[in-house]
Design a binder for this molecule. Structure first.
Ligand code: NAD
Length: 367
């Protein structure tokens, strides 16, 4: 990696350009970065006829990290299987960049615990990370139909399990570093029924000796789904296979109740660039109005600094600034429960509705 990190920005469609421009301002205020911007998704279809060109993929692979807004919108919705679709841009990036690990942290900002569908005392203190395997399992196995019978095949190799388990163990170790907390990994499978899960459990257990500082527990996926809503604050890192991770990461995302706040990272092999993006979509209903919430993109940029560029200290600053701005009562429209700003409660200041520009300014001024 050169001294000045090279970041490819892929704003995409809908609110993507607004939130990525805000994140660029934030990053520019944090240090020296080289930026390159490219089209992906619907805007790339309009320009080039495909959602991801070979040239853009090559630029992403050569970068130190990639920050993406979101893709898609009604303009490109189609039922024609032969027509290009914006999501092909995302799938092409995942495949072309070899991204096999998806990381989704769930840490409700203290000022927003009231937005959670769970009671405040249950969600308080939640700070977990779901590490999902992204390129194997039943989504990629052989599938087919024979008359009125259909099948999908789930397959995992020891190598695939080991690399994602390592990502989980390393992430747990990294999160605990310097905090005095112990690191904890919950590996989720269905080992009482599935052979792939038994191989999963055996492999993850075998790897644990490389991480004596990380406590490992195994949970069956049905139990994990229940525990996530009954005791979310007890989890640290959850590592699991593709299908279980798809479901559990969405369940975890709902714990916060604030879609506009959730970042994610997709990582590939050591030393290769990762892809960082907010969990939400392109929100075409509010695009161009200056009201999009850029905070999930800021938190994705923080993940990029931590996991992709080795600048965890800057990541912590951004995360703290986001919390501080929310503590002051600033809210984009999507964060207002019931759509209206609440009056001050206890020692919390009253909420004040602001747009993308004002909340970006506020984060910049706090940092
Ligand atoms: P969405 O996440 O775009 O929007 C859902 C609701 O949340 C909308 O009311 C939207 O206004 C609001 N919202 C989302 N993010 C927000 C933000 N940052 N600030 C303020 N409000 C926000 O989901 P959707 O409506 O189901 O999908 C819209 C488009 O996005 C579709 O074309 C879909 O395919 C695409 N999509 C893309 C991604 C991605 O690029 N990773 C993910 C999901 C959906």
């Amino acid at each position: 990696m050169s001294d000045v990190p090279r970041i490819v920005l892929l704003p995409g469609d809908g609110i993507g350009p607004e939130i990525v421009a805000a994140a660029r301002r934030l990053l520019e205020a944090q240090g020296e970065f080289e930026f390159e911007e490219h089209l992906v998704g619907g805007c790339s279809i309009d320009e080039y006829g495909v959602a991801l060109t070979d040239g853009v993929l090559a630029a992403c692979r050569e970068a130190d990290a990639v920050l993406l807004g979101a893709v898609g919108g009604p303009k490109w919705d189609t039922t024609d299987p032969a027509a290009p679709r914006p999501e092909q841009g995302l799938l092409g990036l995942r495949k072309g960049m070899g991204l096999y690990a998806n990381l989704r942290p769930v840490r409700p900002s203290p000022a927003l615990v009231g937005s959670s569908p769970l009671r405040e005392e249950r969600i308080a203190g939640t700070d977990l990370l779901v590490v999902r395997e992204l390129t194997g399992g039943i989504y990629f196995g052989a599938s087919g139909r024979d008359g009125d019978v259909a099948h999908d095949t789930c397959e995992y190799s020891v190598g695939e399990i080991e690399r994602i388990a390592r990502t989980g163990f390393e992430a747990a170790r990294g999160r605990a570093e310097g905090t005095g907390d112990s690191a904890h990994v919950t590996s989720v499978d269905k080992a009482n029924v599935l052979e792939t899960s038994r191989l999963w459990r055996e492999t993850v257990s075998g790897l644990a000796s490389d991480y004596p500082d990380v406590e490992l527990e195994h949970l069956l996926v049905d139990n994990a789904a229940m525990q996530l809503v009954s005791r979310p604050a007890d989890f640290d890192v959850i590592v699991t296979e593709n299908l279980f991770g798809d479901i559990l990461s969405d369940e975890s995302a709902m714990l916060t109740g604030s879609l506009g706040m959730l970042p994610s990272a997709s990582l590939g092999a050591e030393g290769e660039p990762g892809l960082f993006e907010p969990v939400h979509g392109s929100a075409p209903d509010i695009a161009g109005q200056g009201v999009a919430n850029p905070l999930a993109t800021f938190l994705s940029a923080a993940m990029m600094l931590r996991h992709g560029l080795g600048r965890g200290n800057v990541a912590v600053r951004i995360e703290a600034a986001v919390d501080a701005v929310l503590e002051r009562g600033l809210r984009t429209r999507d964060l207002l429960v019931g759509g209206a700003a609440a009056a001050s409660q206890g020692d919390r200041p009253p909420e004040r509705e602001v747009g993308t520009e004002a909340i970006t300014e506020a984060v910049l001024s706090v940092i």
